[in-house]
Ligand binder design. Structure first.
Ligand code: IMP
Ligand code: MG
Length: 264
């Protein structure tokens, strides 16, 4: 499936297939180095992590085993239902094993914090997390992520494993959908847009303009400083591919501050 197959349903491409492959290869090299002398079990979270798991595992040189869990925290809409359920558990016993959870995206952090706590209770040697995408908005549940592919804006994204109502998983890139693609589900995305418009009207044009100017200044300052500190590519925060540190998509130059080292 490609952009042309989506037609007008595609709003924008946030991360291209090439950028995804390059970044996943970098993550694989970091994980290879960090687990060089250990046996590693990759635990993919179905179904969203299928693509990143497949590409990550193939880009790694280490001997790894793979297992899968299915967890549900969302219905078919675009906002979290707040309910986490195990739909499929691991096939293997992880006691004494080094486990790396591979997930598509961390949004509220609810799914991963539940999952990590659950796995930790099974007496593994270690549990770490690798996510392809992390939404920059403060997570409701803090979760320690050792490896992050990209930080993205707080938008609903699809492609490369991520779905909207089970569609679009087989796109090779990460993108956003046009409002028309959400038709029949006004309850979430569209009604939120309508709500925002109404609020702006009520506050009056001057009030809204003031809030926008203030917010964009804070936004720019905050992300400019964070981007200097870490080496995680940030996509679509200030524009399509804005603020890529050190040549875009590559690891930050400050040795030891890359994703693999954060908090480890
Ligand atoms: P969290 O529990 O809110 O962190 O959400 C994690 C799960 O919600 C992910 O594993 C995804 O399956 C799904 N999810 C969160 N944000 C998005 C998105 O923008 N697009 C598609 N799925 C998403
Ligand atoms: Mg998922």
């Amino acid at each position: 499936m490609d952009a042309a197959d989506l037609g007008a349903d595609l709003l924008e491409v946030l991360i291209t297939a090439e950028q995804l492959q390059a970044r996943v290869t970098e993550l694989a090299a970091q994980i290879d180095a960090d687990y060089a002398d250990r046996e590693l079990l990759l635990v993919g979270v179905l179904k969203g992590a299928v693509m990143v798991m497949a590409d990550l595992a193939r880009a790694m040189h280490l001997q790894v085993s793979m297992d899968w869990m299915a967890i549900s925290s969302y219905g078919s809409g675009t906002t979290s239902s707040g309910v986490v359920r195990i739909l499929k558990d691991l096939d293997v016993d992880i006691s004494g094993k080094h486990v790396l959870v591979v997930e598509d995206i961390v949004d509220s952090g609810l799914t991963l914090s539940y999952l990590v706590n659950n796995l930790q209770s099974r007496d593994p040697a270690s549990v770490q997390v690798c996510v392809l995408l992390r939404k920059h908005a403060a997570a409701a549940m803090p979760v320690h992520v050792a490896y992050t592919g990209f930080e993205i804006a707080d938008k609903f994204v699809i492609g490369y494993g991520l779905d909207y109502a089970e569609r679009y998983r087989n796109l090779p890139f990460i993108g956003t959908l046009a409002p028309a693609a959400y038709q029949g589900n006004r309850s979430d995305v569209q009604s939120r847009l309508v709500g925002v418009e109404a609020e702006h009207r009520a506050r009056g044009f001057l009030g809204a303009a003031y809030v926008l100017v203030r917010a964009s200044a804070v936004y720019r300052r905050y992300f400019a400083s964070r981007t200097r500190e870490e080496g995680i590519p940030r996509m679509g925060l200030l524009g399509r591919t804005a603020l890529l540190p050190d040549g875009g998509g590559t690891r930050g130059s400050a040795g030891g501050t890359g994703p693999a080292c954060r908090g480890r």
